[in-house]
Design a binder for this molecule. Structure first.
Ligand code: PBG
Length: 324
């Protein structure tokens, strides 16, 4: 049908018509809030490049988790900043490590809130790489055991789901096997399967104090130019036992989310990363954009592209707005 028989504006004319034909609906059920844990008591150190976010000691982290829970956010994902870093990332899998303590505290205070943990070594190694270094390279196979130990220690602390973000080959199988061996066969693995080597992680590295001290992450994170490779990465992780496949970052990779949604039959998560948050907040501080409307539109676009789960630094604010 063509104009004038068809008029697209008829069904845009009233708020109710627009509500009735809306194809994509964002809800607080879609959101996951990232939080950064540090050692200490009553510590709330602002992360300069991420307004509204802080490095939080466990007592304050529990408060932020509670605020998210009360706003209607179903899950948080925890990152740790350890008191000491070393070549073998020993604080990543220590029983009294920072993430382990944070998980215990959040689960004790808010049992209904789902606690996911990021499994990686970069914040725990003195060189800031996601695996361990052998012969001047990030060595894949010798990193796997440490990643698996980290995941198991998170599960032992009470984590509901683990999310490996290191991009070593074979880590999902290693983690799945270790969880199963230790009696955690019901703990799902959300794999950062399709993680690009991205400039959008800059503010996060300030937050997590995890910038690589030499070189970059291009030997393990994906080349932003590649899309077919995303399918290969996702397929590999599914075969290794992943339960949820993540694409990261989200905004510059909406085509990848869309494509995976067509090709795979697992839930898809998308990580609306630190740089995506920071540029909108910076624009707001300059008075140039309406960040909260922009964030809402952004999250909607990520969902429209095919994401079932969206990890976003705006989770609590957005959930409050959606449930107001
Ligand atoms: C750890 C990790 C990173 C992010 C999540 N897990 C940083 C990186 O790979 O350098 C980035 C999250 C963000 O930018 O919000 N490997």
């Amino acid at each position: 049908m063509l104009f004038p028989d068809f008029r697209a504006r008829r069904l845009r004319a009233t708020p109710n018509f627009r509500r009735m034909i809306r194809e994509t609906v964002l809800t607080s059920d879609d959101l996951v809030l990232p939080l950064f844990a540090v050692e200490g008591d009553k510590v709330k150190t602002p992360i300069n490049s991420m307004p509204g976010h802080f490095q939080l000691s466990v007592d304050y982290l529990v408060k932020e988790a509670l605020a998210a829970h009360e706003a209607g956010v179903p899950a948080v994902i925890l990152f740790g900043i350890p008191d000491k870093k070393d070549a073998l990332a020993t604080r990543a899998y220590a029983e009294d490590g920072i993430v382990q303590k944070a998980v215990q505290a959040v689960k004790a205070a808010i049992p209904e809130l789902t606690v996911i943990t990021d499994v990686c070594l970069c914040a725990y190694t003195d060189h800031g790489h996601c695996g361990i270094i052998e012969k001047n390279t990030v060595d894949n196979d010798s990193s796997l055991d440490l990643l698996a130990r980290t995941a198991v220690s998170h599960a032992q602390a009470g984590a509901d789901m683990v999310a490996p973000s290191d991009m070593m080959d074979g880590r999902v199988a290693e983690i799945r096997g270790a969880l199963d061996d230790d009696g955690f066969s019901n703990i799902p693995v959300m794999s950062y399967a399709v993680k690009y080597s991205s400039a959008f992680y800059g503010p996060f590295r300030e937050a997590a104090e995890s910038a690589p001290q030499f070189g970059d992450r291009k030997t393990y994170q994906m080349d932003p130019a590649n899309a077919v490779e995303a399918i290969r990465e996702a397929t590999m992780d599914i075969e290794e036992g992943a339960d949820i496949i993540m694409v990261k970052p989200a905004l510059s990779y909406l085509d990848i989310i869309y494509r995976l949604k067509e090709e795979i039959d697992l839930p898809i998560a998308a990580y609306n990363v630190s740089g995506e948050y920071s540029i909108m907040k910076a624009g707001e501080m300059m008075g140039w954009v309406n960040a909260s409307e922009m964030i809402m539109e952004t999250l909607l676009s990520i969902k429209r592209a095919g994401a079932d789960i969206i990890i976003t630094y705006s989770a609590t604010d957005v959930a409050r707005q959606l449930n107001a």
